[in-house]
Design a protein around this ligand. Structure first.
Ligand code: GDP
Length: 143
């Protein structure tokens, strides 16, 4: 069975500002996830609110939007074996302080909000999130 799939990833503003974007991308690539699309951008408030709309009733929503618009991010589409689950594994737990040693969030995050990376939580979410940021023509075909 071919289990190659795609997921959506963000190198968040804290990791980009700290100069760790390259290291995050390298860890993902070494972990078997290859970028098929990538863009650096500074999210607008509307874009961050739209992307995190599922969290809009949560008490941390305003802070999250402020954080995600605080500086440039790198949005990317990653392809690989079980990419959605693999990305979550490589990132570690949401709270950087509780993330397993060696994971992206343990290495480059600070706390439960400033946690260095985003990764889709399911295949259906990945499809929506990829579509939010990329058109089909921007997605590379890897040989
Ligand atoms: P994820 O799927 O691991 O990114 O976690 P969630 O979907 O639950 O949360 C989305 C993002 O909101 C997280 O990656 C954090 O940046 C932020 N976040 C989650 N929980 C909290 C919280 O309790 N407080 C704050 N300030 N931010 C949070």
């Amino acid at each position: 069975m071919n289990t190659q799939e795609r997921t959506f990833s963000i190198v968040k503003p804290d990791a980009v500002a700290a100069g760790n974007a390259g290291k995050v991308i390298q860890l993902l690539t070494d972990g078997g996830l290859r970028p098929v699309a990538m863009r650096m951008m500074h999210l607008t408030t509307a874009q961050a609110e739209g992307f995190y709309a599922v969290h809009r009733e949560r008490p941390f929503f305003k802070d999250l939007v402020k954080f995600m618009t605080s500086g440039p991010v790198i949005v990317q589409v990653l392809e690989g074996e079980n990419a959605v689950a693999r990305n979550r594994e490589l990132m570690g737990a949401t709270d950087s302080k509780k993330a397993a040693p060696g994971t992206i969030r343990a290495l480059y995050g600070t706390d439960i909000e400033r946690n260095a990376a985003h990764g889709s939580d399911a295949a259906a979410t990945a499809k929506d999130e990829i579509g939010f940021f990329f058109s089909g023509a921007e997605l590379a075909t890897l040989g």
